[in-house]
Design a protein around this ligand. Structure first.
Ligand SMILES: Cc1ncc(COP(=O)(O)O)c(C=O)c1O
Length: 411
């Protein structure tokens, strides 16, 4: 049996001209000169725009599309998305500052995540950002700070559902979890919200992420609506917002196929018809991170050495695990697999060889591509890791071994 490959759709996602990958229409070597250094991350604005358009085409018009800033909080990326999506989801006070610098109204910004500090909760209240409450402690803090500021905090309950998103890269709901308030505990919390002077918004039910199976996403969405209807009967006021999570994945590894969102859109149309009967005033939100930005980004590093050790070719790059932890396989992967990788200035090279791309760190974990069939490459060439627009730059331990920082650009 032949080894699974990355799909051509991924490998050919960026056009090629004169043997050079074009990122944002710019030949890679020229882009490297423009950035002025390697390594760098580049995010293609046009691809982000096209991705949002693709979603809009397949999802019902009534769906409010939110961007989960954690996937890529670069201010220029978030600014660009502010003009495309209907809202933002935050995971920290730092992300709140980035979001509030954009024209996005705070009516459409929500803040989830366990362990919110008093300072973060206070800022969210002052800004009019909806707090997706992760615990009863957060509820009481929000009520206290709300009273102190004389502003009714907007609150929603993040529910830890009684089901999970099957076959997900990351399960964030179902069973015991640090996220959200267990569904069975929610009625008591809703009662308490009713006793406090707070502006109840609705529910946030996020069950998982990085899912490539439409049927699993559809099943979780069906269960999410059912759970919301059950919980709504105990709500202190009408449900204005129902955030049904996201979980749309992107293919990273050999053999993985892109997610087909058409069936999800079709089923959502039916689910929304029912929702209009059960919860007519609720806006339905889908919250996506990597699906919006992941495929629009590349990580580029330069080969600085070429070594052959006992017949194995090593291309040593000026970037590695400290700048792209996920591509090294150390960001939640159980079995290390290669990200789609190209030699971006040798796209026309027909001679190939099996090579490993490693970084400059003194650890065997610093492996960007393990024994991949790549065009023959050497010192000065540019290695490109695709699918790097999400959980790349900010999900990496830059300080590890004190190398210079990578740059980030939007093109
Ligand atoms: C609450 C919440 N929203 C959104 C996301 C974004 O997930 P993804 O980037 O896979 O869409 C996550 C991921 O962990 C999350 O926890």
């Amino acid at each position: 049996m032949s080894k699974p490959r990355h799909t051509d759709a991924i490998l050919n996602a960026f056009p090629v001209e004169n043997g050079e990958l074009l990122i944002g229409g710019i030949p890679l070597s020229q882009l490297a000169n423009r950035v002025g250094q390697t390594p760098f991350y580049a995010y293609d604005r046009q691809k982000i725009t096209a991705r949002v358009a693709h979603l809009r085409q397949h999802l019902p018009d009534e769906i409010h599309l939110h961007y989960a800033i954690k996937a890529n909080p670069m201010p220029a990326v978030v600014q660009h998305l502010a003009g495309l999506v209907d809202g933002f989801d935050l995971a920290s006070g730092g992300e709140m500052h980035v979001a509030l610098d954009t024209p996005m109204s705070s009516d459409h910004i929500s803040f989830a995540g366990p362990g919110k500090s008093e300072r973060e909760i206070g800022s969210a209240i002052a800004a009019g950002v909806t707090l997706n409450l992760e615990s009863e402690t957060e509820l009481e803090t929000a009520a206290r700070l709300s009273e102190a500021q004389g502003i009714k905090a907007r609150v929603a309950v993040r529910v830890n559902p009684d089901f999970e998103l099957k076959s997900s890269g990351m399960k964030m709901g179902g069973g015991p979890k640090q996220f959200g308030i267990d569904a069975e505990r929610v009625p008591a919390v809703l009662k308490r919200i009713g006793e406090l002077d707070l502006d109840f918004q609705g529910f946030h039910i996020f069950s998982g992420s990085q899912n490539l199976r439409p049927e699993a996403i559809i099943e979780a969405q069906e269960k999410t609506f059912e759970l919301a209807y059950r919980l709504a009967s105990g709500a202190p006021s009408t449900v204005k917002k129902l955030n049904i999570g996201g979980g749309f994945g992107i293919p990273y590894f050999p053999g993985e196929q892109p997610l087909d969102i058409a069936p999800i859109g079709d089923r959502l149309n039916e689910l929304l018809t029912e929702k209009d009967k059960q919860m007519p005033e609720a806006k339905v939100i889908i919250e996506l991170g990597r699906y919006l930005v992941g495929e629009a980004g590349v990580y580029v590093c330069r080969i600085v050495d070429r070594k052959v050790s006992r017949e194995q070719v090593y291309l040593v790059a000026d970037g590695g695990l400290h700048q792209h932890l996920a591509a090294s396989g150390n960001f939640g992967q159980v079995i290390r697999k290669n990200y789609p990788t190209l030699i971006g200035n040798r796209m026309g090279e027909t001679r190939t060889e099996q090579a490993s791309i490693v970084g400059p760190l003194c650890t065997p974990l610093d492996l960007l591509a393990d024994k991949m069939e790549l065009p023959m490459a050497g010192v000065g060439d540019l290695a490109v890791i695709l699918q790097s627009g999400a959980y790349g730059y900010t999900a990496s331990p830059h300080q590890f071994l004190s190398h210079p920082m990578p740059m980030e650009v939007v093109v």
